[in-house]
Design a protein around this ligand. Structure first.
Ligand code: UDP
Length: 381
């Protein structure tokens, strides 16, 4: 019997490949008309620009296994991501670094002076209980209000005081002029786009990829199902719906260079979008510098039935519902859940790939020992 992998994003592709490498037969299905999940890239017909159709995806990692794995399947071209941010009529550099601090406060401080300056602004909150408190105790009210309050409210649809501090902890604050958005040693984008990379992972004679196919409509018996879709959907939402934020992209084309960089954040609360991505700057090795350009204005909103889920919200209510789905999944034989949607966690691409590789290793061992596969390979609670 074949194995069925639901979802042709990174999680599904990596597991399918590992099983196929062991000689197993695999059916990968995806309800969308393309592989790659939200990493999907496509060349825009009008401008010729490689477009990140579900928003900008920049690969970054410190995990050597994941880095070497991807390089087996595609040329990963070095790309150091820099983000600029518009706030109250001026342009700054993010994450907050010495340039941001000096420009924002009109100073010319060095690292030590700036550190002492920010320490004075920072509020003495011993154990920050939420995003707002975390921001106030990291860099004080002015920087919080200018760069984080409005943006976070737009991004999550909630007051930052209702959000966990962990969201902010993803961003560093630096007291030097390092303005790289990520701190990982490997930062890159596949030279010919993510779709080709995922296609190359899936390119095995014993892997069938069926697109435009819903799991609900498949009538075939499988040795096991690896489900990378929404865990609540697998169970027909019978214990309630887990909340997500979805994104809308408003594409527009322009002549030449629109904004001079890949991503420009708009931090003010009264601008309805969170950021603009100019896709050709995500592939600076391609020859589009002076030609037409394609940009996406990005809007965030609550994810309704039928929308594409992006960010798991994971507040107290969702956590409660999730725990009940986890129990149900553990009591259900024949299916394992992996990935961002399968385990309802915010995961960077490298973590997604690393977890899928580990899950596949365990599957291969358990299968050859004739043992049952568990519902989860990580603890999603
Ligand atoms: N954030 C912000 N202003 C910015 C950039 C980020 O307030 O200009 C906040 C926002 O709440 C975001 C979080 O910091 O969700 C983490 O930033 P990251 O770039 O990791 O965003 P994500 O991957 O969530 O889009």
């Amino acid at each position: 019997m074949r194995y069925c992998i639901v979802g042709a994003g990174f999680s599904g592709a990596v597991v399918a490949r590992s099983l196929a490498d062991e000689g197993h037969h695999v059916l990968v299905i995806d309800e969308r008309k393309h592989i790659g999940g939200n990493c999907y890239t496509e060349r825009d017909a009008k401008t010729g620009v490689m477009t990140h159709c579900y928003g900008p995806h920049i690969f970054h990692t410190a995990d050597e296994r994941v880095w070497n794995y991807l390089r087996r399947f595609s040329t990963m071209t070095s790309y150091v991501h820099k983000v600029r941010a518009v706030a109250k009529g001026a342009v700054y550099s993010l994450p907050i670094n010495l340039l941001t601090i000096n420009q924002f406060f009109g100073k010319t401080m060095g690292p030590t002076e700036a550190r002492a300056f920010i320490e004075k602004k920072a509020m003495p909150i011993r154990e920050p209980r939420n995003f707002e408190e975390q921001a106030l105790c990291m860099f004080g009210e002015e920087l919080y209000l200018a760069f984080f309050r409005g943006y976070t409210h737009k991004q999550w649809g909630l007051d930052p005081a209702q959000l966990p501090a962990s969201i902010l902890k993803r961003l560093p604050m630096r007291f030097d002029y390092d303005d790289s958005y990520f701190a990982h040693p490997h930062q890159a984008i596949p030279k010919r786009g993510y779709t080709e990379l995922v296609a190359s992972i899936l390119a095995m004679p014993n892997v069938e990829v069926r697109l435009g196919a819903r799991f609900e409509d498949i009538n075939e018996l499988f040795a096991h199902v690896v489900y990378t879709g929404q865990i609540d959907r697998y169970f027909d939402f019978k214990l309630g719906r887990l909340g997500y934020r979805t994104l809308d992209f408003e594409a527009f084309r322009a002549k030449g260079d629109f904004q001079g960089t890949a991503v420009l954040n708009y931090c003010d609360g009264d601008v309805p979008y969170t950021r603009i991505t100019e896709h050709k700057h995500l592939a600076p090795w391609e020859k589009h510098r002076f030609d037409d350009t394609i940009c996406y204005r990005e809007f965030s909103r609550a994810c309704g039935p039928g929308d594409i889920p992006y960010y798991p919200i994971r507040l107290v209510d969702e956590q409660r519902i999730l725990n009940r789905y986890i129990e149900l999944a553990r009591a259900t034989a024949g299916v394992s859940f992996i990935g961002r949607l399968g385990t309802y966690r915010y995961l960077d691409m490298d973590v997604t790939i690393g977890e899928a590789l580990n899950a596949a290793d365990q599957m291969v061992k358990l299968i050859s020992a004739g043992r049952m596969l568990p519902a989860f390979f990580v603890d999603p609670s």
